[in-house]
Design a protein around this ligand. Structure first.
Ligand SMILES: *Cc1c(COP(=O)(O)O)cnc(C)c1O
Length: 469
């Protein structure tokens, strides 16, 4: 070890001498003595590490560096970790950014039932214990045509519960082309194994025929499973068995036909040129016995999963032990009920996800022009800034329509001379609320499709603040 490093490490003050310093006292006041001490220990360890691996500047005294690092750590620790973010990426169902924004009426519903007690599991008419699921089952039925339904934590849970309740210990036939992985940790073969069902894989990646399914059926078969390929597409020489035909194959032989639909489209989105996504109702009408879908993808509601379909099968799920471990909270139910009522009343345009997907190009262009004006105005003091309206490719996200870009509009911001878009993007992420945009050809792009009211003002002000500094 060289002398400079040795000296530096020796100069790092002892914990006891640090605890009485003013900047540590501030930390103690804001998060308490124990948590401040633990944070300080981490900061010291981190400084030692960075000195040893050569990333710390050894010419700055350790005490000063500790103070800077401690202040940064405290800024993080003494404010909320889960924060509001402005989504200027143009990806509508953005899983990393919380998927679906909820409408005001759903937030009101959450507040109404959560600030105090509610009839979550209480039958007010009879004055006795009721069913948590009863609040939304009728609505799901109206909007999908399904006889019965249960709701759980997310769609992954829905698939697991459904398989476990009706196919545990028996065979489930699934096409090789549908053994997908979604979001890293949800893999169809693993979920099948975990549920206790035995998977029987038929067909090839690109083609599966009726005879493949029929040939695989044995006395031990419980189910034919169809899975929405979500985040990928096989193009070219492909073939899958149509839903209605699979339903007939299953029903003629007394088997259950289940589909993991993923997105949970309640009504057609009606976007031109972006292909077909089946609605939940179409699945039920074409003979699917059980359909599972997410609450927070194309449906536009809270994180949740729904299993809808045949009453006798759904009743088996209600009794399954796993159900208890997957039940949803009152806040989720309140938001979901409200969203489903908006669909029922023909007011789906008030659901932000749905509105963002349907936004037409002229409207988006007009919004981009407005945002450009706001930025140009608030950043008039920065002559090296170029602000332009630009066409931009948006995306549905959430594993839906992976191969289709949504044509959209945005505002491209470039700094001539030195400042990289990455550096500006990093500063925007540190704003409150944080702003996440895209980067293309040396510019930051703010896609307007995914902005909500007031976001454009905040983006313009944040940029002005950053560029002034
Ligand atoms: C997204 C998706 C899932 C997982 O749903 P979560 O609600 O995220 O748990 C499962 N299956 C399919 C086909 C999906 O698209």
């Amino acid at each position: 070890m060289d002398d400079e490093l040795k000296n530096f490490l020796r100069e790092i003050p002892k914990m006891d001498s640090l605890l009485s310093l003013p900047w540590v006292a501030d930390a103690i006041e804001s998060i308490g003595r124990d948590a401040a001490r633990h944070t300080l220990e981490e900061v010291i360890a981190e400084l030692r590490r960075s000195a040893r691996d050569g990333t710390a500047d050894l010419s700055v005294p350790p005490r000063e560096q500790l103070e800077d690092r401690m202040r940064a750590a405290m800024d993080l620790r003494s404010s909320s970790s889960l924060r509001k973010v402005i989504n200027a990426t143009g990806v509508v169902v953005h899983t990393n950014l919380g998927r679906s924004a909820l409408p005001k009426s759903a937030l009101d519903a959450i507040a109404r039932v959560s600030a105090g007690y509610s009839n979550l599991e209480y039958d007010l008419a009879r004055g006795e214990r009721g069913q948590r699921n009863s609040h939304v089952e009728w609505l799901v039925g109206q909007l999908s045509g399904a006889e019965a339904s249960v709701v759980v934590n997310n769609n992954a849970a829905a698939v697991l519960l459904a398989l476990s309740a009706v196919a545990r210990g028996r065979e489930v036939i699934v096409s090789a082309g549908e053994l997908v992985e979604i979001g890293g940790s949800f893999r169809i073969p693993d979920i099948l194994a975990f549920s206790g069902a035995k998977s029987v894989v038929v067909g090839c990646t690109n083609r599966t025929h009726p005879k493949d399914y029929i040939g695989a059926i044995t006395d031990d078969t419980a189910m034919i499973l169809k899975v929405h390929p979500s985040n990928y597409r096989v193009l070219g020489f492909t073939e899958e068995v149509p839903r209605a035909e699979l339903a007939k194959i299953a029903h003629d032989r007394g088997l259950i036909f289940m589909e993991d639909l993923g997105s949970g489209l309640i009504e057609p989105i009606g976007m031109k040129g972006i292909g077909e996504e089946p609605t939940v109702r179409e699945c039920i009408e074409q003979g699917v016995d059980l359909v599972t879908f997410s609450g927070d993808k194309l449906l536009g509601g809270p994180q949740m999963g729904v299993i809808a379909g045949r009453r006798d099968l759904i009743d088996r799920m209600r009794k399954d032990q796993i159900m208890r471990a997957m039940r949803v909270d009152k806040m989720t139910l309140a938001a979901f009920e409200e969203i489903m009522r908006l669909y029922l009343q023909g007011r789906s345009g008030e659901i932000p996800t749905v509105a963002m997907l349907r936004a037409d190009r002229d409207e988006l262009e007009a919004r981009a022009v407005r945002l450009r004006e706001m930025i140009a105005c608030s950043c008039a003091h920065v002559p090296s800034l170029e602000v332009e309206v630009a066409e931009a490719d948006d995306a549905v996200g959430g594993g839906s329509y992976p191969a289709t870009a949504l044509p959209g509009w945005g505002v491209a911001v470039t700094m001539r001379g030195g400042v990289s878009p990455e550096a500006i993007a990093a500063r925007l992420r540190a704003e409150e609320p944080a702003v996440i945009g895209g980067i293309r050809d040396g510019a930051i792009i703010f896609h307007v499709r995914t902005l909500v009211d007031g976001d454009d003002r905040h983006i313009a002000d944040a940029l002005a603040r950053i560029l002034r500094a």
